[in-house]
Design a protein around this ligand. Sequence first.
Ligand SMILES: [Zn+2]
Length: 409
Amino acid sequence: MWSQEQPEEVLRYLKDMQDAVRYALQLAYRDTIRDEEHRLPSPIALRREVRGWFYSRYDYARHHVDPVCRAAVAMLRSYRRNHHGELRIPEVKRLAMRIDAELFRIGDGRVRITLQPNGYVWLPLNTANGHYDEYSKGRVSELLITDTKVCLTFVVGDEKKPLGKRLVAQDLNFRSVGSTNALLSSQPSLTGVGTQSLKGIVRIQNDFSRRRTLQRHVKNPQKRAKKLRETRGRQKNRVKDALHKLSTEQVKKSPDASSVFEDLRGIRKTSEASERGKKLRTYLNRWPYRMYQSMVEYESTKRAVYVSPRGTSSECPVCGGRLQHPEWAVSRCVKCGVDYDRDRLASLSILCRGLRLCGRPFAASADASWQQMRDEYLYPGSRPDALRTGWTDAASAPNENVVYESTRS
Ligand SMILES: [Zn+2]
């Protein structure tokens, strides 16, 4: 951080953003009041309301609306926290703005900030800070500018983790996790498959009993909103704890493996949104999925791999045929002529994509390891010998043991 007399255009930008935050605060406040449980809007929801106004009023690059909305929501939240749940529109006193990483560059001893799509402003970089050299090796995360200061933040210790010797592809749907393991060698092969039930988490997520009681018995609407908020917070914490346990177990079980997940970040944009959306909307929302993924990513010493979720539940990873779902847990491939276990087959889909992404394309239909394990992917209805009981499914346990032994030697 260093002091800096800001050029005229930066000061004008800061004043404009101050106005924009004030405007966003009003909308966010209105949304919160209108919401039955007085929930704050998310920055993304707020952006939908603010951006038309923002784009028609300013010629700044469109990304600048993001920090405006984040700032407005954060201010409302902290106001409420500091005033015992009471809500008012706080005053915006400071001239300060965070600038996202995509809107600035560092080079030649200067910071270049994109104000307009093709309009830049350069600020001299002060490298006199004793730790600058050490910090600057990290990834730059954000830039904060005020009328008198510039503050540059780095994320330290974020070196890319290496890829594991194995891949564990996981299909999460919060009734269960289907997973497929594979060796990531020049000739990849499947080494294990399993299903883990997530009944506990679903139970917490769907536990509305206390909320119903509150809705019925607490008459004062403000009090009720507050109680409901607390209940939701507690519910969220319990889910978090359960996810934490699950992710730790998962990482412990395969310390040398990279996890392969579906990339759920851009899901709204895909044409598959409605199909996958249904799966995600069945439960509260998507945050537990993302949270589980980032917990695994954080705890593991190996890099996680993210693949596109497009079509993972509609296309057979074995033959490319279309899948039907006569029941939730069944993936029927007419071309293969069998009913597969939906979670497990989806994890195979994700695995194939992960392998391709790592430069090791894998064709299940022709592979010996698939031929050996195919039965374990069948829907239990079509394989009466097996009961679906978890990771240590009788059918998959021996396979997993083989993996551990072969990697230890
Ligand atoms: Zn098929």
